[in-house]
Design a protein around this ligand. Structure first.
Ligand SMILES: O=C(O)CCC(=O)C(=O)O
Ligand SMILES: [Fe+2]
Length: 364
């Protein structure tokens, strides 16, 4: 039998860096080779506290996932989008009406900012790969028949080597038991956590101009922690506290990280839910789709959000007792609200709220 095209994965060829000079933000670097050294995690926690309180992105290096495994995931992402039929990809599609983000979102289904310009992103969100049957229905996509072992092991090592350790650092900063956040986000707890492939399709300059060159509107992420494996194609920007926008500089071998709304709430607002957007890349990086590899970590289904009983937050006057909100419920409502309509509006200044927890939705 001939080998079907579906099983031949082209090696990842990393896009070339841009020659354009861009206005980049300085990011805090967290070197995980120090994590297990004496006092190492406490020193890292000190550095990380800066990033969490102010502008919000930081970069983790030396976390222990070999670069060839990361490159293979980029290759698989590209392969998934380009070598499976729309029907195969859509075997489990995102169900935005129910805030269910698992599976495939096709490109161009919606318009942007009330214009006729179509949005340009396709997304594939993969659940956690646990031994139980929790996500069985979600794994019916043919892609898993071909690549289950590789994606499942990548998902788990990402959690073990990056997510878990970052939660430890957050807890150290807030002077909580080190397992405080890690337990609420345990890999084996059911949640909407997902490993994501994402592909942005370049649009004409004319279309981009009609939507202010925005490829993904300014937003905060909905869950607890987001990891963006280094992405060579520029476009991601960060909003600083002085309201300026700066590019996030690619760091080869690094993972760009930020926290989202649910951790912002747990920390009484002390950790900022990073405001970011994606704009049209430089002209010399527009010849191919922009492929991304992400890990979005979200609260376990039974985890309720309240302000963490942190001695630090208490001293700072940021602790207050509020009616808890289920973290899973919050994220589902947020996904639904963000994606449900047929146009991605700007929503500048709008506020999204569940219970007493609220966050600004759109930004200028
Ligand atoms: O594509 C990127 O660089 C960022 C995407 C993003 O912010 C998101 O999907 O939440
Ligand atoms: Fe985001």
């Amino acid at each position: 039998m001939p080998i079907s095209k579906r099983n031949v994965v082209q090696p990842w060829s990393r896009p070339k860096p841009t020659k354009e000079v861009l206005d980049y933000s300085e990011l805090v670097t967290i070197d995980f080779s120090k994590f297990d050294k004496p006092n190492g995690k406490f020193e890292l926690a000190k550095d990380l506290a800066e990033a969490l309180q102010y502008d919000g992105f930081w970069v983790v290096v030396n976390f222990g996932i070999p670069q060839d495994l990361i490159d293979r995931q980029f290759a698989l992402g590209k392969h998934f989008f380009n070598n499976y039929s729309l029907e195969e990809k859509s075997a489990k599609a995102c169900d935005f009406e129910n805030g269910d983000y698992f599976g495939y979102k096709k490109v161009g289904a919606k318009t942007v900012f009330g214009t006729a310009v179509r949005e340009n992103v396709e997304t594939f969100n993969m659940p956690k790969f646990t031994k139980d049957e929790t996500y069985k229905e979600l794994l019916k996509q043919p892609f898993y028949d071909d690549f289950y072992d590789e994606v499942s092991s990548f998902s788990r090592i990402t959690h073990d080597l990056l997510v878990k350790r970052l939660y430890q650092l957050f807890a150290i900063i807030l002077e909580l038991d080190e397992s405080y956040f890690a337990n609420k986000h345990d890999y084996d707890l059911p949640s909407d956590t997902h490993l994501r492939y994402m592909q942005y399709h370049p649009r004409s300059l004319e279309d981009d101009e009609r939507v202010e060159r925005i490829w993904s509107r300014a937003h905060t992420d909905f869950g607890s922690l987001t990891l963006l494996f280094n992405q060579e194609v520029n476009g991601l920007q960060l909003k600083l506290s002085d309201n300026s926008w700066k590019y996030v500089k690619p760091v080869y071998g690094g993972v760009i990280c930020n926290i989202g709304d649910t951790l912002n709430f747990w920390s009484g607002g002390y950790f900022k839910s990073t405001i970011h957007r994606v704009v049209r890349p430089p002209e010399d990086q527009l010849d191919e789709p922009r492929v991304g590899l992400f890990y979005f970590d979200r609260p376990g289904k039974t985890a309720d959000i309240e302000v963490a009983p942190s001695p630090l937050l208490k001293r700072l006057g940021l602790y207050n007792k509020v009616e808890p909100v289920n973290g899973h419920h919050y994220v589902r409502q947020r996904v639904k609200n963000y994606h449900e309509s047929s146009d991605y509006g700007k929503r500048a200044g709008e506020v999204f709220q569940v219970g007493q927890f609220k966050i600004q939705d759109g930004f200028d």
